[in-house]
Design a protein around this ligand. Structure first.
Ligand SMILES: Cc1cc2nc3c(=O)[nH]c(=O)nc-3n(C[C@H](O)[C@H](O)[C@H](O)COP(=O)(O)OP(=O)(O)OC[C@H]3O[C@@H](n4cnc5c(N)ncnc54)[C@H](O)[C@@H]3O)c2cc1C
Length: 467
């Protein structure tokens, strides 16, 4: 079905299909919530992020800056620029203000607490996971506070269970030596998991981790916040699926509050999502899926090479695109049958993927207003996609990390490295921004007139660059 047909069939689907520009060329919709300063900032930052040298060394630059310029001066430079572009804020007030702006463009927040752990990290455990738990519980409350209609947030399982243990659970789950049912039983009744492949300390850590996840699940249901569990590396994902599926069994009885993430750069993405959907079908509970391409490609490839095993990543970008469309399509066909018992988010800045999904929604007669299918992009990226979708009434979210500069910059640097290709591709955004500037929308606004020399300097440099 062509795009014109989508537009012609729109009346049956409500406002959304009626007014979406599937070429995402509506500059006014895309940038209507942005001040001139924010447009210029986006132009400069996305260009900077396309330089490998900057992306590879950003954490080092920050460390050097803090050492030689001091924390205050570093904050003065980084907070209104890189941080302000990609991060929601570090206080409830600043986050609420960022969210308010987003929502004025029809885009909803999806908050994320930046916490990263990998195997072999030796940091004292109970205190660290206790702190992480309280930050995650706060995130549930904050998500509910800033978004009344359908709040969502992201969760990293490795923020609550040691990554080394999750890696071990991966092996056990792959070898069918541990089951979703025993994990769910512990979380529900306290019946201890007995597994001779895990030693006493590991079992104790497992039980503590599951207690933390149970607190998250209970509060999510109570506050009606959807919790989307992030996917990480292939040596962790099955272990994380094990506990996430157990949470689905316990907490998704009426509504999909707990979702898992499926990375379509993996050759096994379609079979994984089908297998996990089957688990929820067996337990007659709802299913939620965040569908992404995947952010850890370089390390996955390197690990496979070092371990002399088959590369788990699809052979080409096109193959990943085909996998993405196949996974989304399989879920849309399921939603056609079960309605709101299955929810998905098409978490991609790829215009083609968004377009294909919208066309398929139309073909299958799924009402976008039902919210079973929503869209997501990262804060600071693909605004033209997010705000075009938001303006047309589609449910669309921005993944928004929040926290202090120290907490978020390493996270953002890793995101930048993992998403280097996306950032480089995002250069088409500056071209749009360039057009915005050229179109004469460039009114020097109050922020510029505030006289901040850094702002005025960047403004002048940008004008020069734009000819
Ligand atoms: C709301 C949200 C939540 C997210 N959560 C997660 C998460 O939990 N886990 C996670 O891993 N990522 C997550 N991401 C990040 C996501 O994986 C990246 O944004 C994504 O990889 C970029 O894909 P794209 O569809 O936006 O862009 P595109 O530019 O269309 O695709 C780029 C991606 O294609 C893939 N690719 C590139 N080259 C090749 C190649 N040669 N062969 C095969 N594949 C290739 C890579 O995945 C690359 O990142 C999330 C993103 C969003 C918006």
């Amino acid at each position: 079905m062509g795009e014109e047909n989508v537009k012609n069939l729109k009346s049956e689907q409500g406002a959304a299909l009626d007014s979406i520009d599937l070429q995402f060329k509506d500059i006014d919709a895309a940038y209507k919530t942005k001040s001139t300063w924010e447009i210029i900032r986006a132009l400069v930052i996305l260009r900077t992020c396309s330089y490998n040298y900057f992306v590879d060394n950003s954490v080092k630059f920050l460390g050097l800056s803090q050492r030689f310029l001091g924390r205050s001066l570093t904050d003065f430079v980084v907070k209104p620029t890189f941080y302000g572009h990609f991060v929601a804020g570090d206080t409830p007030e600043s986050i609420t203000s960022t969210v308010r702006k987003l929502k004025s463009g029809g885009v909803r927040p999806m908050l994320a607490v930046p916490m990263e752990e990998d195997v072999n990290e030796n940091i004292p455990m109970d205190e660290k996971y206790g702190r992480n738990l309280s930050a995650i519980l706060d995130c549930i409350l904050l998500s509910r506070h800033v978004e009344e209609s359908r709040p969502m947030m992201q969760l990293k399982v490795t923020a609550l269970i040691p990554a080394d243990l999750v890696a071990k659970l991966t092996i056990l789950y792959n070898e069918e030596k541990i089951t979703v049912e025993e994990i769910a039983a512990y979380m529900e009744t306290g019946a201890l998991v007995k597994n001779e492949c895990l030693d006493e300390e590991e079992l104790s850590q497992l039980h503590k981790g599951l207690d933390r996840l149970a607190q998250v699940g209970k509060l999510a249901v109570e506050k009606k916040v959807r919790v989307l569990v992030d996917a990480e590396y292939t040596y962790l994902n099955p272990g994380m699926s094990l506990v996430t599926l157990a949470m689905m069994v316990l907490y998704n009885k009426q509504t999909p509050w707990i979702w898992n993430t499926y990375q379509c750069y993996l050759k096994g993405a379609l079979s994984s999502i089908r297998a996990e959907l089957d688990v929820t079908k067996r337990h007659n509970v709802c299913f939620g899926a965040k569908i992404v391409r995947g952010a850890y490609m370089e390390k996955e490839k390197l690990l496979a090479l070092n371990e002399q095993r088959e590369d788990p990543i699809n052979p080409s970008l096109d193959a990943t695109g085909d996998m993405y469309n196949a996974v989304v399509n399989a879920m849309l066909e399921h939603i056609k049958d079960v309605g709101t018992k299955c929810n998905i988010i098409v978490a991609s800045s790829n215009e083609g993927a968004v377009r294909t999904t919208i066309q398929r929604l139309d073909q299958l007669g799924i009402d976008p207003g039902e919210d079973s299918v929503c869209f997501g992009q990262l804060m600071g990226m693909a605004d033209h996609v997010s705000f075009s979708l938001g303006s047309a009434g589609f449910p669309v979210y921005k993944s928004m990390p929040y926290g202090t500069l120290e907490d978020t910059i390493p996270y953002l640097s890793r995101r930048a490295q993992e998403n280097r290709s996306v950032l480089q591709e995002s250069l088409h955004e500056p071209f749009s921004l360039h057009e915005v500037l050229k179109r004469g929308n460039l009114s020097v606004n109050a922020q510029l007139l505030s006289g901040d020399p850094l702002v005025v300097h960047i403004f002048e440099a940008t004008l020069e660059a734009c000819g």
